[in-house]
Design a protein around this ligand. Structure first.
Ligand SMILES: Cc1ncc(COP(=O)(O)O)c(C=O)c1O
Length: 398
């Protein structure tokens, strides 16, 4: 998979020695810039936008997010608790399957509770009735599968064949929408406007009979709206039309777009060796710190890297294969021509690491977690938000 992000922005001028290694560094100014793009779309289209916590839940910056957006979307009880403790605005919770233990608290903490199937909604009728009787204010949504695949990679495509995510839209019936106020679909991943437009064209005929019964329709995430070349004006015109023709409140719940290009992961070369090509072991592990590098897979862009295709077989200038300190042979990040000599102690940074990296880290092999820093490229203020200790590692185990 090829990522279309990787703009260094103000990080081009950031001294990597100012922070620990490894460390995530988030630029508050870039975050605000992304959020103002989203707020502008929200205001001009007359819709609501929620930030997806699954992508970026650095709750230290929750007040910044709250200044711009309408709330957050969460993926279950723990993110809903995070929303309640730290974030402001509406909370929309969707989980592929709830448990009877978690649901009462989710119903208490959320404004919109979205079920994956009408069957699950019906099975929890008792819990829902009890929550209403105790005065909880929420409405119910159903996630649909538009049955219209736009994804590049099946693993990231909720409309791929046999997907468990959402009720196939052709199975919706008036009965299945009894007690339901909203419909939700999420089927895009880092995509432009046109895939959204085509998806809506595919689902609209199925949903039109229900428009007058619905309060809201949520178009999920995957909209790469804060990328400079995204077709924002087309999106705004489209959302206005959809809102008028459906009579519903329209929601978007982007995650990646909130934190796009707003963070880097700083690392250090620990050792070098040669085995058919130059190799380096670093304190950044693909498997522990950037698992999407292996899972997607993709190659993260490096700050200040030199193009590989201009490589000439000059001694000392060959691409170096960077890998992590873990025992996993496949803990490989990629091949790079670093902008600095690749030797022990050299600092480097991978770009666009604020989203889907910080939330996915693990301590496999006892590899330390990167500390988390907040920088403001407008004021140059730099703050260490969190350092993780050996005790954090031990306390997750037993
Ligand atoms: C239901 C739902 N909403 C929102 C998102 C956020 O998507 P993105 O971060 O690609 O914008 C996701 C991502 O997987 C999702 O599954």
């Amino acid at each position: 998979m090829e990522t279309r992000a990787g703009d260094p922005g103000a990080f081009a001028h950031f001294d990597l020695n100012r922070v620990d290694s490894p460390a995530f560094v988030v630029d508050a100014a870039r975050l605000r810039a992304n959020l103002s793009v989203l707020a502008d779309i929200r205001d001009r289209a007359g819709i609501k936008i929620l930030a997806a916590l699954k992508a970026f839940s650095m709750w230290h910056v929750a007040p910044i997010i709250g200044e711009y957006l309408d709330g957050v979307c969460t993926s279950g009880l723990w993110e809903a608790r995070l929303a309640a403790e730290h974030y402001t605005g509406e909370v929309a919770t969707y989980c592929a399957a709830y448990t009877a233990e978690d649901l009462p608290e989710i119903l208490r903490l959320s404004d919109h509770v979205i079920f994956n199937t009408p069957g699950q909604h019906a099975r929890f009728a008792t819990e829902i009735k009890a929550a209403c009787e105790s005065g909880n204010q929420f409405d119910i949504g159903i996630r649909i599968n538009p049955l219209h695949a736009e994804g590049e990679v099946p693993r990231y495509d909720p409309c791929a064949p046999y997907s468990r995510l959402g009720c196939p839209v052709d199975q919706l019936t008036p009965d299945s929408l009894e007690g339901v106020s909203g419909l939700h679909f999420h089927s895009l991943c880092e995509q432009d406007f046109e895939p959204l437009e085509r998806t809506w064209a595919a689902v609209k005929p199925h949903l039109a009979p229900y428009f007058n019964k619905l309060k809201w329709i949520n178009f999920g995430g995957g909209h790469h709206v804060t990328r400079a070349d995204y077709q924002r004006e087309d999106l705004i015109s489209f959302l206005r039309v959809v809102k008028a023709e459906t009579g519903c409140e329209i929601y978007l719940e982007p995650g990646e777009a909130v934190a796009l290009d707003a963070g880097i992961l700083v690392g250090t070369v620990l050792d070098t060796l040669h085995n058919g090509m130059p190799l380096a072991v670093t304190d950044i592990s693909a498997t522990c710190h950037m698992p999407d590098v292996i899972e997607a897979p993709y190659r993260p862009a490096m700050l200040g890297e030199l193009p590989i295709d201009e490589y000439e077989d000059a001694e000392g200038d060959a691409p170096v294969r960077l890998g992590g300190p873990s025992c996993l042979a496949g803990d490989v990040i990629g091949d790079y021509r670093m902008g600095v000599p690749c030797e022990p102690g050299a600092r480097f940074a991978f770009l666009d690491q604020a989203h889907y990296s910080m939330v996915k880290t693990t301590t496999f092999n006892g590899v330390p977690l990167p500390s988390i820093w907040l920088w403001d490229s407008e004021t140059d203020a730099l703050e260490c938000v969190k350092r993780f200790s050996w005790e954090d590692f031990r306390n997750r185990l037993s």
